[in-house]
Ligand binder design. Structure first.
Ligand SMILES: [Zn+2]
Length: 247
């Protein structure tokens, strides 16, 4: 809520909205066929189903054909106001998102889902990435001006993202022999391990499955205990898994 009010205050200064709304976010009709809005409370990417709340960042997708065979998906950006969508550049979008992400951080004392610290800039500002889907990423600059504190210190004090959306790799034994390994395309045999790589799509997460040997390079064998599902394995399975990932 605070994020939206703040945004509205900013927008009013710029003349985008003439009257403040004191009754929570207003939902307006969005005419676009294929768009997502970013929920400030969860930072989830949500598919627009005819309406979106005022103050939300919106990402509009369109398909463009490059030639007869290939198409590519273009994104354009905007913010919802009471008349519909006000178009923004990617940079303006990132500036507003930085504020929304900061509000989430200040409100929860945690990293929001889909965010990670990328680097400290020469100015001592910190670049944080927000990657809500496989195809959408936003570089957010956390400045001293915005935070009112040393950005590095502020970010270092935050807890890890403890929401369910936190992308975590998982392990389980295959219940059927029907899954194919995404890496090598071979079947993952029944009751063998399968390793799930979290993939974001349309605001939800699903797994891409692999053989342990096919992702051994991407998983730190000493970090196996942090895989989702590891706790469900028995002692000999745990040993076997570690051995497979060390190969
Ligand atoms: Zn494989």
């Amino acid at each position: 809520m605070r994020a939206i009010n703040m945004l509205k205050a900013n927008m009013m200064q710029s003349g985008a909205i003439s009257e403040p709304n004191r009754h929570g976010p207003v939902w307006v009709k969005i005419e676009t066929e294929w768009a997502y809005w970013i929920d400030v409370d969860s930072l989830n990417f949500k598919r627009v189903k005819k309406h979106a709340p005022v103050g939300a960042i919106i990402v509009v997708k369109s398909r463009e054909s490059i030639d007869d065979e290939r198409t590519y998906v273009r994104s354009s950006f905007g913010i919802v106001d009471e008349t519909g969508i006000v178009e923004l550049t990617k940079k303006q979008t990132c500036t507003i998102l930085a504020r929304q992400v900061l509000e989430y951080m200040q409100g929860t004392n945690h990293w929001p889902p889909f965010t990670s610290r990328k680097r400290v800039l020469e100015s001592r500002d910190v670049e944080v990435w927000y990657e809500p889907t496989e195809y959408d990423s936003f570089a957010l600059i956390m400045t001293r001006e915005l935070i009112g504190d040393d950005p590095e210190m502020f970010l270092a004090r935050l807890g890890k993202d403890d929401t369910r959306q936190h992308p975590s790799w998982r392990v389980e034994t295959a219940r059927s022999g029907k899954t194919k390994c995404y890496s090598c395309k071979d079947v993952i045999l029944k009751s063998r391990f399968r390793i799930g790589e979290p993939i974001f799509s349309e605001g939800s997460i699903f797994c891409r499955w692999h053989h342990p040997r096919c992702v051994a390079k991407r998983i730190d064998a000493d970090d196996v205990e942090n895989l989702d599902g590891y706790k469900n394995l028995n002692a000999s399975e745990r040993l076997r898994l570690k051995r497979l990932l060390r190969q």
